[in-house]
Design a protein around this ligand. Structure first.
Ligand code: AMP
Ligand code: ZN
Length: 300
């Protein structure tokens, strides 16, 4: 977002600030961080994600989204602890882990770092070949698995933004993935052995998380992952263009979808029959979960 001389709607001073077109609001650089935190808090309350009595585990990737969320939750007084997963990606993961570590030290935020080799004896390339799936998809499954294992019934919070949510929604509409479309929700209820999951940035854009980090001098990793799915990039690009051309359209589209989802999928509540994996206890649709199957194949 461009920085301009504006009259701040919050403090009423003529200062350097941002024009937030989708809220039809001009805010100075001093007032923006507090405005951002309030938006996060309003989203948490609107969707009844959690309260100050709940224990939260934030999945901290080192990117601008989860960093701005971690800082906001801490400042708002939530009981939050961070989990960072080092996926051992060359030229990226170690540098990222260091940035996360420094941030948590500075913010006095409890942090646990888990490495891929705490769970597997090989790297992502090898795991992708064994699983016969793209690296990005294997990486996602492993990260979700590790998050659940490390949560110990804390609420898992991720930095998914409105851009992530709408990209996911558009992609699944274009390819009519009904099984995913019927479950879109910024909050996923806990189930036996699986923690509750929430996305408090679901109504906040990436432009805003970037501005938040830059104004507060929070160092974050901006290098894209070399394995990131190209398909996802296409839809992410569409959301960035939409937000620029039609401010507010992403929020309108996302909220509109949530309002209509039960009309589109009246019978499809999320009642998939899950059972405990007989090796590790993780909830799965099969007898053995996909991660344990991957480990078995690795041994073979
Ligand atoms: P992504 O799937 O990369 O778009 O990331 C979505 C969210 O997942 C981020 O905002 C983080 O909250 C979380 N996340 C992604 N990668 C990691 C990681 N390596 N360690 C911890 N959390 C992560
Ligand atoms: Zn102001």
């Amino acid at each position: 977002m461009e920085i301009r001389k504006i009259r701040c709607k919050i403090c009423n001073f003529l200062k350097e600030g941002l024009i937030l077109e989708h809220y039809n609001l001009k805010v100075c650089l001093n007032c923006f961080p507090d405005f951002f935190r309030k938006r996060v808090d309003e989203t948490i309350k609107k969707f009844k994600m959690f309260t100050k009595l709940d224990k939260i585990l934030i999945a901290l990737s080192g990117g601008k989204d989860s960093m701005s969320l971690a800082k906001s939750l801490k400042d708002l007084g939530y009981s939050v602890k961070a989990l960072h997963i080092n996926m051992e990606i060359k030229d990226l993961s170690n540098e990222t882990s260091l940035i996360v570590k420094n941030f948590c030290e500075k913010e006095n935020l409890e942090l646990k770092i888990v490495n891929l080799n705490d769970y597997f004896t090989t790297n992502l390339e090898e795991l992708s070949k064994i699983a016969k799936k793209p690296i990005c998809s294997v990486c996602g499954s492993i990260r979700r698995y590790i998050m659940n294992r490390e949560a110990f019934s804390r609420v898992i919070v991720t930095g998914h933004t409105i851009n992530d949510e709408v990209s996911f929604l558009l992609k699944n509409l274009i390819f009519w993935n009904d099984d995913l479309l019927c479950r879109i929700n910024p909050i996923l209820a806990e189930r036996e052995g699986l923690s509750r999951k929430a996305k408090p940035l679901c109504l906040i854009s990436e432009e805003e998380t970037r501005s938040f980090c830059e104004i507060l001098g929070i160092k974050y990793v901006d290098t894209p992952c070399p394995y990131k799915s190209k398909v996802y990039d296409v839809f992410k690009g569409i959301t960035l263009k939409l937000n620029e051309r039609f401010p507010g359209s992403l929020i309108g589209f996302y909220k509109g979808y949530l309002k209509r989802i039960r009309n589109f999928y009246p019978e499809k509540q999320d009642n998939s029959v899950l059972q405990k994996c007989k090796n590790c206890g993780y909830l799965t649709t099969a007898q053995v979960c996909s991660i344990c199957r991957l480990k078995e194949k690795l041994l073979e």
